[in-house]
Unconditional design. Structure first.
Lengths: 176, 454, 284
């Protein structure tokens, strides 16, 4: 069972949307619309998310975890370090004073949040990524690309759909 | 007045911005040369001071802080408007920020780096700088977390690293464009590495959107906290003229003010040097000018509040410091600050000048001069008229070494900034496309609506 | 582990000093300076230079305000329309007030200045990175910064003078802050001797250099916890309490009728030096 990639380029979102809708409504053997299709676009376009259907984003959970951990770590690192510093009194203030520790905890909260969000972004978006088998530099200009991965049998059906919606160009992975 | 055309070809956006990486106008090299000279001079001053001792800066007891701390606040302040444009306006869906936020964000990063230098040149034993870092060691010795200076260090580290990451994440799609459009060479290798294999897939964009939004949400309170903490360096002390409750908001307003003025200056320079007339349009400039005017008035108000609260508090010592600022040796600078900070921005209220580039350029420079004077007038007068009578009227004039490093810092900032603009796209290509796309959609909608009405 | 340490000693790490707190025990070093006895001869200042290896910076740097006199004698006069206003001026010897809640301590980024168990405001030269925040926040401006590397500077200690350098006191390099220590080297030596003999330091056993040099005995110094000490008796007689930012005696309507006061007491730094006001014509 060998699978092949197919890439179609479109000049605007409406055409791409029509293709995606048609693919979602047709059952094609050897092609699963949820797993085997990727839409590439030059800009962030919320409609893409709409017509592709709900796909979850988990970055915010990384953020929550990172921020909480950053804050907790910050507070205990600082308070622990103050209690450890030969319990040295300064300026009539308690050895573990809350207002300064709050300020630093706040900063560590944000630091942890930002760092772990970035980590979450890299993990969730799968970056750094290997380049996909078919790519056109036109995507970085103004074209919208639809990349599918399908069984040999489904390729011709997919190609027909792509052509029907006036694909500018169709790239094909060489058969194995 | 031409705004960005909605029918501009997306390929042309790519081309125009990519061109800026290759052939800027000659002025670019002229500025770069002067920046290098200024930086070299500043570096020479620092080497001399490092070898000889802080005394060559002509600091003394009681004037232990000089231009270094004043200029440090200035640079920290300047960084705040990058965040204003990139984060606050992002949350508010202000599309006009899109062509200009990239360079503003770069300005944030580099002015923070410049501010960091002043922490270094200011301390007496630079070679022991690492004592201030909280690193675990077998003797259990830690820095003093009660010190506002340490909060500063922590806040600036957080702000700098978050800003760099924010700048980088926002640039990934553009780096991919650069990767796809660059001939083979070191640049292409660099862009390929930094683009992390970005291909604009739906999964990438989806996570990108959430990430960008999240970091923007973090950056706003962070930026506010950074300058409040810098204000705490003063407000947390006991000295008259510093121990002021309204300092944190006052500092934040001042920060946004000088940052916006700097954005106008850099906008005008970049627009000319990199031929960005098509993207950095006058209507956008007009919007920043109006924003700056509003912030200038907020600053003026907070200034007045500070003076009034000192005046009516009958805290005699603080009052004396204020009187001494107005009438003492520092009075020309103090009145200069009032003039540049509160009177000059009135130019922005005149519609005719809101798009007049030479006027705006000169005004924005004057505003920043005023803001620099403001920082100096916060730091210096308190030292020459503090609580203790022995300190009164010990005047101190900064030596050439201090001035040299202040000029050097401008050189260093300009150097970093210009190099950045030459190596990385300083106008966000994918976001200009988004902006253009949104406008086209908007136009289409209104057309359909019109047709429907007929 | 430091976090367990934190939890175990919770009450200790949260306690505040000096208000509503027991005084340092067995030692709390304090001073009293009688301005009526002070003649402004500057012997204290000179003694301090000799004892603490203070660099003599020379005219030019003095003019720049870079002098290092830990003990300085200030002059004040009334501007009451006299022909020579500085006629009849008064003196005020000023040095680090060893505050119980020192403003300089909280702001040091590297914890180079701390409150010691015997009530001093210590300065750790080796730890100092020279941010000078302590000086900026000192209400009395009694902290001095090493603007140059004085030990290697010419004429700071001319050749024959190096013989008089005090071996008990370290010489400070460039870029660190320094200030009056209440001659901590003498205090340490006395404490070590006393400890060896199983007792605490007796009154009069230890003197600061300035106290020792004062020809009119205007300066008294000692352990204020010891009720036998002169400094304790003076503070008690003047009704000046260490842990108050407002002395009860000043609240009386008829006025205190006592000479003792502390400088800038209202800032709540709780200085350890009490001054005895000069008896002036105008005050009689």
């Amino acid at each position: 069972m060998s699978k092949r990639h197919l890439l179609a380029l479109y000049s605007n979102f409406d055409e791409a949307e029509a293709v995606v809708r048609e693919l979602r409504n047709t059952t094609i053997n050897g092609f699963d619309v949820n797993d085997d299709m990727i839409v590439k676009s030059p800009i962030e376009h919320p409609e893409v998310e709409e017509f592709l259907g709900d796909k979850p984003v988990y970055v915010q959970w990384f953020t929550l975890f990172g921020a909480l951990m950053g804050g907790l770590f910050g507070f205990f690192l600082i308070s622990g370090a103050q209690a450890n510093f030969y319990m040295q009194m300064k300026g009539g203030k308690p050895i573990v004073p809350f207002p300064p520790n709050f300020v630093l905890t706040y900063e560590m909260f944000i630091l942890g949040g930002v760092f772990i969000t970035i980590l979450g972004f890299l993990v969730c978006a799968g970056l750094p990524a290997k380049r996909s088998p078919l790519y056109s530099a036109k995507v970085s200009i103004d074209n919208i690309a639809i990349l599918v991965n399908a069984e040999e049998a489904a390729i011709s059906v997919l190609k027909a759909i792509f052509t029907k919606h006036k694909a500018l160009e169709i790239q094909e992975e060489a058969g194995k | 007045m031409k705004d960005i055309r909605e029918d501009i070809a997306w390929a042309k956006i790519n081309q125009d911005v990519m061109k800026s990486l290759e052939n800027p106008r000659k002025l670019y090299w002229v500025i770069l040369f002067f920046a290098l000279m200024a930086f070299g001079f500043g570096l020479g001053c620092e080497v001399y001071q490092y070898q000889t001792g802080m005394g060559v800066a002509n600091l003394n007891n009681p004037q232990v802080w000089g231009l270094y701390i004043a200029t440090f606040i200035f640079w920290i302040g300047m960084s705040h408007s990058g965040t204003l444009l990139s984060a606050i306006l992002h949350l508010m869906h202000a599309d006009w920020r899109k062509p200009i936020y990239r360079f503003a964000e770069a300005m944030t990063t580099f002015s923070l780096m410049t501010a960091g230098l002043f922490v270094m040149v200011h301390i007496g034993r630079l070679w022991q700088f690492y004592y201030a870092l909280p690193y675990p060691n077998d003797r259990g010795i830690w820095p003093n977390f009660q010190s506002p200076l340490l909060w500063d260090a922590m806040a600036i580290f957080t702000y700098l690293s978050s800003s760099v990451l924010f700048l980088f994440v926002g640039m990934i799609p553009d780096l991919a464009i650069a990767r796809d459009n660059m001939q083979a060479g070191w640049r292409q290798k660099l862009y390929t590495l930094l683009a992390l294999g970005w291909e604009g897939t739906d999964r990438q964009w989806r996570n990108f959107r959430v990430t960008y939004l999240t970091i923007a949400c973090f950056l706003i309170p962070l930026a506010v906290s950074v300058h409040s903490i810098v204000a705490s360096d003063f407000a947390m002390s006991q000295q008259p003229g510093w121990h002021v409750t309204s300092f944190p908001p006052y500092f934040v307003a001042g920060a946004l003010y000088s940052g916006c003025a700097a954005i106008i200056t850099l906008f005008i320079i970049l627009r000319y040097v990199f031929k960005f007339e098509e993207y950095m349009t006058l209507p956008i400039l007009k919007k920043i000018v109006r924003l700056t005017f509003a912030i200038a008035m907020v600053w003026t108000y907070l200034n007045a509040v500070e003076f009034a609260s000192v005046w009516y508090s009958h805290d005699q010592v603080s009052k004396d410091v204020l009187i001494q600022k107005m009438t003492g040796n520092y009075s020309p600078f103090w009145w200069g600050m009032i003039f540049c900070g509160s009177v000059v921005p009135l130019v922005f209220a005149i519609k005719r000048f809101q798009t007049n580039i030479p006027v705006l350029f000169a005004t924005s420079l004057l505003l920043n001069l005023g803001m620099w004077l403001e920082r100096w007038m916060i730091v210096a007068p308190t030292f020459s008229h503090g609580y203790y009578p022995w300190t009164w009227d010990h005047d101190q004039w900064p030596s050439i070494v201090q001035w040299g490093m202040v000029f050097g810092s401008f050189g260093w900032f300009t150097l970093l900034f210009l190099l950045f603009c030459k190596v990385f796209p300083s106008v966000s290509m994918y976001e200009v496309k988004e902006m253009v796309y949104h406008r086209t959609l908007h136009l289409k909608k209104s057309e359909t609506a019109e047709q429907g009405a007929h | 582990m430091s976090v367990s340490n934190l939890l175990e000693n919770w009450s200790q790490v949260r306690h505040e000093h000096p208000v509503n707190d027991k005084p340092h025990d067995p030692y709390k070093w304090a001073m009293a300076i009688d301005l009526d006895a002070c003649t402004g001869c500057n012997a204290c200042s000179v003694a301090c230079y000799a004892e603490n290896n203070l660099p003599v910076v020379g005219k030019e740097k003095f003019q720049h305000g870079q002098q290092m006199h830990w003990m300085r004698v200030e002059r004040y006069w009334d501007e009451d329309g006299r022909e020579f206003p500085d006629q009849g001026f008064q003196f005020l010897p000023m040095m680090c007030q060893q505050c119980e809640a020192a403003p300089c301590e909280t702001v040091c980024p590297v914890a180079a200045t701390n409150h010691t168990a015997d009530g001093l405001n210590s300065q750790i030269y080796n730890r100092c990175i020279g941010s000078r925040y302590c000086s900026a926040n000192c209400p009395f401006k009694v902290r001095y910064f090493n603007w140059y590397d004085y030990p290697t500077t010419e004429n700071v200690w001319p050749a024959e003078m190096t013989q008089q350098l005090n071996p008990d006191v370290s010489v400070r390099g460039k870029g660190v802050m320094e200030k009056c220590t209440f001659c901590v080297q003498r205090l340490s030596a006395a404490k070590v001797t006393a400890k060896g003999e199983g007792r605490i330091v007796r009154e009069g056993e230890v003197q600061t250099a300035c106290q020792q040099a004062c020809p009119t005995s205007a300066i008294s110094f000692g352990n204020i916890v010891n009720p036998e000490s002169r400094v304790h008796k003076q503070w008690a007689a003047q009704q000046v309490e260490l842990d108050k930012d407002k002395q009860a005696k000043n609240e009386k309507e008829e006025g205190p009728g006592l000479r003792g006061y502390r400088i800038l007491e209202e800032l709540r730094a709780y200085p350890s030096v009490m001054y005895l006001e000069r008896v002036r014509e105008s005050a009689v």
